[in-house]
Design a protein around this ligand. Sequence first.
Ligand SMILES: CC(C)(COP(=O)(O)OP(=O)(O)OC[C@H]1O[C@@H](n2cnc3c(N)ncnc32)[C@H](O)[C@@H]1OP(=O)(O)O)[C@@H](O)C(=O)NCCC(=O)NCCS
Length: 152
Amino acid sequence: MLELQWANPNDVEAILDLMEEYHRQEGLRGHARSRLKGVLEMLFEQRNRGRVAVARDAGELLGYALVVRRPSFEWASDLAVLDEIFVRGKARDRGLGRRMINFVEEYAASEGLPAITLQVASQNVAAMGFYRAVGFSKVDREIFARPVTGPR
Ligand SMILES: CC(C)(COP(=O)(O)OP(=O)(O)OC[C@H]1O[C@@H](n2cnc3c(N)ncnc32)[C@H](O)[C@@H]1OP(=O)(O)O)[C@@H](O)C(=O)NCCC(=O)NCCS
């Protein structure tokens, strides 16, 4: 039976496998597994920083949603930030992504967080279709970033 749960430290290796599959598929920068593992383990040690929801079917992980918290002065509150969501190819289009979003929303509601925000690559039109279908809408913002190399 398919269940949604918060991941526990025993899930780290299976989550890393899914994460690597996702990053490879999306052509994202491949970080060393040990570094990703460090970030995941930090989340298990500091529960108030974020959590990983997993979809488990007969012991196998079929997907994960990584949600972190950040303070926002715009909202005068912490927000839930959906950092990553991934469903294994064979398990897609069966409502799992929607269930994981609902799971994250229940968490946000129970913690009194007023909104869930996320970023999506401009070319990831499929993910945008999914987000719209599960209740997100685009806000009028552009995301900027720069690598930190020292003061300029
Ligand atoms: C995005 C993703 C998590 C969706 O998971 P999923 O389990 O296939 O989604 P669901 O089956 O729960 O779909 C939920 C709703 O989204 C809609 N949806 C899903 N993919 C869609 C698409 N490409 N275009 C339009 N709508 C879409 C579904 O039709 C469904 O709507 P409905 O309930 O009204 O019928 C999954 O496709 C995935 O892992 N993609 C690769 C990783 C990725 O791009 N993540 C987001 C990066 S920011």
